[in-house]
Design a protein around this ligand. Structure first.
Ligand SMILES: C[S@@+](CC[C@H](N)C(=O)[O-])C[C@H]1O[C@@H](n2cnc3c(N)ncnc32)[C@H](O)[C@@H]1O
Length: 243
């Protein structure tokens, strides 16, 4: 899963014993060599689904990390693309990795802020987020979704991929259950907490919280990821419109 350019086991252990924010500061220089960066096929599938819903003027990538979502938004937005993250290290790596804006392309800016208290009001017509929702406890979702809602203009879209839960018989089900269990023990015994859970972001509760924040929520299957034996998609795109 990790290339030779990725973090060593020792580095990962030190990061996991830090706060979420500082852990990412430490990981930032090697983040793009880890499987935690959202793989290109998720970004491409999201861009393909967004294209017919555009064009967009201003786009926001929430928890942008090293800029995977910002790079995806650049061809979809006319004026401006903003990446927001609370890790200064990740933002610095993003600024190095994402190419400078082209003469007639959208401007790019990076904002350091906690996604639970986003500092934007009616500034964007599109927001996306990739690979970061495991860092928010369910009780924090109203603040997160409320902030994205406030950041959007009326009719603006908040869009992100969401995976179906692993079936009980899959080895992944047990691996993720085990990972979350270890994190719970770690966070009960060690300060500061590193919040990262794989099984806390299920579609039912997410839909309820998005609706509560003022979104009209639809989903569409991402067919390129196939379907489960019961016919349901492995991955969907959540398309939440600010009403
Ligand atoms: C797994 S990385 C994903 C980065 C990028 N979106 C991607 O798909 O490659 C999660 C990112 O979320 C950021 N993050 C976690 N909690 C956050 C919070 N409360 N506010 C802002 N950023 C946060 C981390 O700093 C990190 O950059």
């Amino acid at each position: 899963m990790f290339t030779s350019q990725g973090p060593t086991l020792r580095e990962l252990a030190v990061q996991a014993l830090s706060s979420t924010e500082h852990g990412y500061d430490l990981l930032a220089p090697k983040f793009d060599h880890t499987p935690f960066r959202t793989p290109g096929r998720f970004l491409t599938a999201t861009a393909d689904a967004l294209r017919p819903l555009g064009p967009f003027d201003a786009g926001l990538d929430v928890c942008c990390g090293t800029g995977a979502g910002v790079g995806t938004l650049l061809p979809l937005c006319r004026d401006r693309v903003t990446g927001v993250d609370f890790s200064a290290g990740m933002l610095a790596a993003a600024a190095r990795a994402v190419p400078a804006p082209r003469p007639h392309g959208p401007a790019v800016d990076w904002v350091r802020a906690d996604a639970r208290a986003l500092p934007f009001t009616a500034a964007f017509d599109l927001a996306v987020s990739f690979g970061a929702f495991g860092h928010f406890l369910p009780a924090e979702r109203p603040a997160l979704f409320g902030g994205v809602h406030r950041a959007l203009r009326p009719g603006g879209l908040f869009v992100f991929p969401i995976g179906a839960p692993q079936p009980f018989r899959s080895p992944w089900y047990w691996a993720l259950l085990g990972f979350d269990g270890v994190m719970r023990v770690r966070n009960a015994l060690w300060r500061p907490p590193f919040v990262m859970y794989y099984r806390t972001f299920a579609l039912g509760g997410v839909r309820e919280d998005l609706t509560g924040a003022g979104f009209d929520v639809r989903t569409q299957p991402l067919e390129e990821f196939g379907r489960r034996p019961d016919g349901s998609p492995h991955w969907r795109l959540v398309v939440a419109r600010k009403v």
